[in-house]
Design a protein around this ligand. Structure first.
Ligand code: UD1
Ligand code: CA
Length: 469
């Protein structure tokens, strides 16, 4: 089998500057899903017809081999014109050509396998070589789709597009799903006889079916297992619906693989995410990009994990954001924490309430439990970062690094001004402003001396005219 994806069209119903197939579902262009489906079939020869915004469409497939691009000169030429544009891909081919609309992201590879099987069975038991097999479904409201017209034996005579359908034809509920298996020699026999539609001037691929039937070739339709599979995405509302279908499919698969997902209707997990098992996801969580969550990880309500690795047993408490970072096993992040820009949080460390960690390397068993900013810092094992500690990494022009050793105690509300080094086992007294290197084992204290004036407070509070200090 060879496969051809039609992705040259404009998608005017999207009312967008961007070509339709570039619009994303779970952060991947919709045509990417079509390509994945074909890849699952182990098809070696894959063609893509591009036209409108061809360069951007090609970019989606960067790094993929076995892919040939064909340019449709007039992206309004119609679906048959698109297939003709790729004639070099299939003209001499003696097998079945899978043609699939690029705006049909929901079809499953298993369904296409079943279609292939059906072709074999018909060949074997009925002695009929099918010229085309069309994926179809019954829609209660078929508006907008091509209708499948059959004869009394159940063979397809033609497909009528909505615009051209008579009143009777419009009552037909079986619709063309935009996924076809064509026997290439028979497709070649008819495709150049397709005439432009009198309504739109386009060459419709569906006309091929009418011509095949007229020439005595046998065409059948094949019922999709799931109605959604034949859904074309023609506008942004259909995009939202398709996204929901794909989102739930991903979650269903992950759940069946042994991960618990609470309130799946509120959870967003992108297709490239890996959950290694026994992961627990609370409501309202988003896990994006190339994230990998190890065994037993728990992600609390409302958290966002993006392009990050969470090792075994990590707990992300509610409403935390982890981006482009690495959280080692047993660490706890959050609630309300933000870890970003290639940060590493070591084993069994705790980055807690309202703590931001940026481009920092935090060792093992480090505690930074409340209200801190750790930016461009390296922090050794077992160090304690008190509440309200700020690493001042920016002087208004440049960013600087801080190095903190092991077993350091940084008291609450200290300001660590980078560039700086703080040695192991040193002790920074709370409220200190530290702008010089501190050697290991030292106690550093830098704050205004406390004055206590006896009875002065009460005196001030009881004065008739309140005054400041
Ligand atoms: C098409 C079918 C319709 C079917 C429906 C299923 C035709 C004439 N009609 O209608 O019977 O029910 O899909 O979803 O085929 N494209 C090109 N070049 C073009 C025009 C389109 O490459 O000149 C591509 C588009 O990028 C798109 C796909 O072909 O990915 C389908 O085109 P679209 O205009 O969406 O066809 P429909 O009107 O939905
Ligand atoms: Ca369509």
């Amino acid at each position: 089998m060879r496969a051809l994806i039609l992705a040259a069209g404009l998608g005017s119903r999207f009312r967008s500057k961007k070509a339709k197939v570039l619009h994303t579902i779970m952060n991947k262009p919709m045509v990417w899903y079509v390509y994945q489906t074909i890849k699952e079939l182990n098809v070696k020869d894959i063609g893509v017809v591009v036209g409108h915004q061809a360069e951007e469409v090609k970019k989606i497939f960067e790094g993929e081999d076995n892919l040939l691009f064909f340019t449709q000169k007039n992206p309004k030429g119609g679906t048959a014109d698109a297939v003709i544009s790729a004639i070099d891909f299939w003209r001499d081919y003696q097998g079945y050509l899978l043609v699939i609309n690029g705006d049909n992201p929901l079809v499953k590879s298993q369904t296409i396998k079943n279609m292939q099987r059906y072709i074999h069975l018909v060949e074997e038991y009925e002695n009929i070589k099918l010229s085309a097999l069309i994926l179809s479904s019954f829609f209660p409201d078929p508006t907008g789709y091509g209708r499948v017209v059959k004869d009394s034996q159940g063979n397809v005579i033609k497909i009528v597009e909505e615009k051209d359908a008579s009143f009777e034809e419009k009552q037909i509920k079986e619709i063309n799903g935009g996924v076809y298996l064509f026997y290439s020699p028979h497709l070649l026999n008819v495709i150049f006889s397709v005439k432009p539609s009198p309504v739109s001037g386009e060459l419709y691929l569906t006309e091929v079916i009418n011509l095949m039937s007229q020439r005595g070739f046998v065409v059948r339709s094949f019922m999709a297992e799931e109605q959604a599979e034949v859904m074309g995405v023609n506008n942004r509302w259909e995009l939202a619906i398709a996204e929901n279908v794909i989102r739930l499919r991903i979650i269903e698969k992950l759940a069946k693989e042994g991960n618990t997902i609470h309130q799946p209707e509120t959870v967003w997990i992108e297709p490239s995410v890996v959950l290694e098992g026994d992961v627990e996801i609370e409501p309202g969580v988003a896990i994006m990009g190339n994230s990998r969550l190890g065994k037993g990880v728990r992600v609390g309500r409302g958290s966002i994990i993006q392009n990050s690795i969470l090792e075994e047993g990590v707990i992300v408490e509610p409403y935390s954001v982890v981006k482009d970072s690495y959280i080692k096993s047993g660490a706890v992040v959050g609630p309300f924490a933000h870890v970003r820009n290639q940060s590493v949080v070591g084993e069994r460390s705790h980055v807690g309430n309202f703590v931001e960690v940026k481009a920092s390397n935090i060792g093992n068993q480090v505690n930074a439990k409340h209200l801190a900013y750790i930016g461009d810092a390296t922090i050794g094992d077992r160090t304690n970062v008190g509440a309200g500690v700020v690493f001042a990494n920016y002087d208004g022009k440049k960013k600087y690094q801080s190095y903190v050793g092991e077993n350091v105690f940084i008291g609450s509300n200290s300001l660590i001004i980078a560039p700086i080094q703080i040695g192991s086992y040193s002790y920074i007294a709370g409220g200190s402003v530290i702008n010089k290197n501190i050697e290991g084992g030292a106690l550093a204290i830098a704050r205004a001396k406390l004055k206590v004036l006896k009875d002065k407070g009460k005196e001030k509070l009881t004065q008739s005219e309140p005054g400041g200090i």
